[in-house]
Design a protein around this ligand. Structure first.
Ligand code: SF4
Length: 73
């Protein structure tokens, strides 16, 4: 599990579930990218409020629910 924290939110990536579809990267290219091995990665560890919103959009389009944005933890 990889995580990135932002303004009151945390992005969790279940890399064991990721299948490299890159739909998250298409939805939020400032937040996610798919590396040379077809695995999603976070571009940075600290996210702005706008990037958190984008991260949520990317999480919604992931077909295997590998991404989660948690608030208030
Ligand atoms: S959309 Fe989901 S499965 Fe595809 S690269 Fe992103 S996290 Fe992985």
């Amino acid at each position: 599990m990889t995580t990135s924290s932002g303004v009151g939110a945390l992005v969790e990536i279940d890399q064991s579930a990721c299948e490299g579809h890159a739909l998250c990267e298409q939805a939020a290219p400032d937040v996610y990218y798919v590396d040379d091995e077809g695995m999603v990665q976070l571009r940075q560890q600290s996210l702005t409020a706008a990037q958190i919103t984008a991260a949520e959009a990317g999480a919604r389009v992931c077909p295997v629910a590998a991404l989660r944005v948690r608030h208030g933890d």
